[in-house]
Design a protein around this ligand. Structure first.
Ligand code: DDQ
Ligand code: CA
Length: 257
């Protein structure tokens, strides 16, 4: 597993120098629970708010915000995004839920309880992932940087380059804050980077290879990738899923040695 990871990491880093990448700690997983997940959902954002699980889904014409029943995977509440946008990442801030769009340069602000659309916010470039803590909103855009937004104004306050052993890590996608660390799913891979949100330094890799083998995903589409990290901070439980994945997993991390 470690070997296959090192290869993936190489491709990710897109460079020939190897030892530096492998020097960071690598975490595997233990599956604690497996739950159903809508295999039609092109998962773009996943997060908890007050113990309840929310998801945003993408694809033009089918983008949604949903509240899910964890145990059954059933959609308990849903709002559709406008038909001409491609839904992306999402997170909760106070009484609101924020949702990005891929290339429409517009974020949506929903009432967290009613899903009523409360407003929109503009940004440059692409929208990929979102996460938040008490003081900041973090946004990915497919690049090797994370934008930090002011939760009150939703304006960018700084950009943090993300590096592993000095090398930029691009294609950062779905995000989650886990006990002060920023987790970022690297698009197109089964790898999550653990990032220090202040410095942008990658402190370790989570290798989710084989969590859900390709043939068990909802479709053979190459887009059926890992995407969806949610941390229930009250229960201290970590959940992951993917685009068109029929399952959502509660996992615990184990360090490879
Ligand atoms: N992004 O979410 C990584 C930012 C963009 C993904 C775009 C993939 C489009 C393909 C959808 C085809 C589904 C069968
Ligand atoms: Ca998330």
């Amino acid at each position: 597993m470690l070997k296959s990871f090192a290869l993936t990491a190489l491709v990710l880093a897109g460079c020939a120098a190897t030892s530096a990448v492998a020097a960071l700690p690598v975490y595997g997983f233990v599956v604690k629970n497996t739950y159903p997940h809508d295999p039609q959902a092109f998962t773009q954002g996943l997060f908890f708010r007050n113990g309840q699980l929310f998801e945003t889904t993408g694809i033009i014409g089918r983008s949604t915000l949903r509240r899910l029943d964890l145990k059954t995977g059933k959609v308990l509440q849903q709002a559709a995004l406008p038909r001409d946008v491609f839904g992306e990442g999402s997170t909760a801030v106070g009484e609101h839920i924020l949702g990005l769009t891929w290339q429409s340069k517009t974020g949506y602000v929903f009432d967290a309880k009613t899903f009523t659309l409360k407003g929109k916010f503009p940004y440059e470039g692409e929208g990929w992932g979102l996460a938040s803590d008490a003081r900041h909103v973090y946004m990915s855009d497919g690049s090797a940087s994370i934008r930090v937004l002011d939760p009150a104004t939703l304006k960018e306050v700084r950009r943090v380059p993300v590096t592993a052993e000095g090398k930029p890590i691009a294609s950062l996608n779905e995000l989650e804050i886990v006990d002060g660390e920023l987790y970022a799913n690297v698009w197109g891979t089964d790898i999550i980077a653990r990032i220090d949100p202040a410095s942008g330094k990658v402190t370790g890799w989570i290798d989710l290879t084989n969590l859900l083998p390709r043939e068990k995903r909802g479709t053979s589409s190459v887009d059926a990738v890992l995407n969806g990290i949610a941390y229930d901070d009250k229960q201290r439980k970590l959940y992951v899923t993917g685009k068109f994945w029929p399952k959502l997993f509660e996992i615990e991390l184990v360090r490879f040695e």
